[in-house]
Design a protein around this ligand. Sequence first.
Ligand SMILES: [Zn+2]
Length: 171
Amino acid sequence: MQTKTLSQALAACGSPDTIIAAILQHYPDLRAPVQIEPIARDAGIADIGDLEEKGIVCTSLSDMTKTKGAILCAVGLAPQRRRFASAHALGHFLIKAHRGDRHCTNRDLGEKRTDTPQRKEEMQANRFAAGLDRGNLCAVPAQLGLDTLVQFAGHFRNAPEIRTSHAKHSD
Ligand SMILES: [Zn+2]
């Protein structure tokens, strides 16, 4: 029996991690792949729709107080990418310090830098999205985001074959 609504629980949260913790507490049976839409609706997102705007992967819209909002995702995204994009946009809506109206590109959805306020907010939205998508915050260590791990794995997959045969020294 819930004593608080999700929106009430989220009102006390400031960081991506505390927001995810509140969501996990609210939905104890959450399992990956997490369906973002029902969570977004409980959190105040009235509409989740499609977007056809060149270069934009997802958009979040909200009223001034961020009590009601909408999320739009580019048409044609693969299901996993769409889940991540909606969760990223939901992150902007739920993280209090972020502006609620955002138009995010592919680059934003891969942002890991924190050297400008804008990049830091994109990184926080990604951290939220990666944690929520897994339904398990423990899967996203603080210093190493999921995207980093995926890139890391990709890097090795694309690396030239390591040769163990005798190599000549060129110097
Ligand atoms: Zn963003």
